[in-house]
Design a protein around this ligand. Structure first.
Ligand code: BTN
Length: 287
């Protein structure tokens, strides 16, 4: 496999989206006509603006909305990322939250962020030929720059999981330099491809990939997901500082130990196992 920072091969990228006049607002009918899922994206709510699609979806979940409900916003005024970070969400991005319930979360709870990142990576590769790779625990990178992230927020009822919200953000049709406090290691699809893309097709692809991956997780357990993850994974060999509740570990990402744990090679020559769910902060050197 080519290294994580290899340039995407864009020779075969569809050009139609760049050549024709693109709609600036999402077309709900186009999404519904192309959608091939059983549950995800049904129902589909598209908002002009909201604080965070995870907030909007949480309200609907509390009102009893069904597994699969998806909320998309043209813009978020208080988008959030993992580890309490703000997530800049101007118009032109893909800001979306999927409501998952029942067996879909009971057996995939710890792995949802990685499954979401894998779904985004696979969709961008298949739809745009963009070499998008997954970096533990929840990032999608192109050329070592962050293009997309996943935020999972969950609610329990007593001791049982009630629902999970799979929040996904993809920097799409805007230039990187309009992101507030743009990190030096971020990027957008428009910057990578040189033109805006049709977001509807990407949204459909992400919903289908997510549904298929969650089904795969339920039918085969983590092994099927891990096989797919290995093809697009780019964390291995990177230096990362991981903060847990009670201590900090710095090391080099060595690999996955199932989907819910990773191995870090520490300076002392030891391999430490880290539970992803207990990570308070993960910071990669240089990103
Ligand atoms: C991260 O990389 O830290 C995760 C970013 C997740 C952003 C998405 S955009 C849709 C959903 N709503 C939010 O407020 N956050 C997620």
């Amino acid at each position: 496999m080519a290294p994580c920072n290899s340039r995407p091969n864009l020779e075969h990228a569809p050009v139609a989206a760049g050549r024709r006049e693109l709609q600036t607002s999402l077309n709900r009918e186009t999404i519904l006509e192309a959608l091939r899922t059983k549950h995800l994206g049904r129902p589909l709510i598209i908002l002009e603006t909201c604080s965070s699609t995870n907030d909007a979806a949480a309200r609907l979940a509390s009102d009893g909305e069904v597994h699969g409900l998806t909320v998309i916003a043209e813009e978020q005024t208080a988008g959030r990322g993992r580890f309490g970070r703000a997530w800049s969400s101007p118009r032109g991005g893909i800001w979306m939250s999927i409501l998952l319930r029942g067996s879909y979360i009971a057996n995939a709870w710890d792995s949802l962020a990685l499954i979401g990142a894998l779904a985004i990576s696979r969709s961008l590769i298949s739809e745009l030929n963009v070499v998008a790779r997954v970096r533990w625990p929840n990032d999608v990178l192109v050329d070592d720059r962050k293009l997309s992230g996943v935020l999972v927020e969950a609610k329990s009822k007593g001791n049982e999981p009630d629902y999970a919200l799979l929040g996904m953000g993809v920097n799409a049709n805007f230039p990187r330099n309009i992101i507030r406090d743009a990190a030096p290691f971020s990027t957008t699809l428009q910057d990578l491809l040189g033109h805006p893309i049709g977001r509807e097709a990407i949204i459909c692809a992400i919903l289908s990939e997510t549904e298929n991956l969650v089904d795969l997780m339920l039918s085969r357990g983590p092994s099927g997901i891990l096989e797919l993850l290995e093809k697009v994974e780019c964390s291995r060999g990177k230096s990362v500082k991981v903060k847990l509740q009670d201590r900090e570990i710095s090391g080099v990402f060595d690999g996955y130990d199932g989907l819910a744990r990773i191995r870090l090679a520490t300076g002392s020559g030891l391999l430490e196992t880290v539970e992803t769910s207990s990570v308070v902060l993960a910071e990669y050197t240089g990103a």
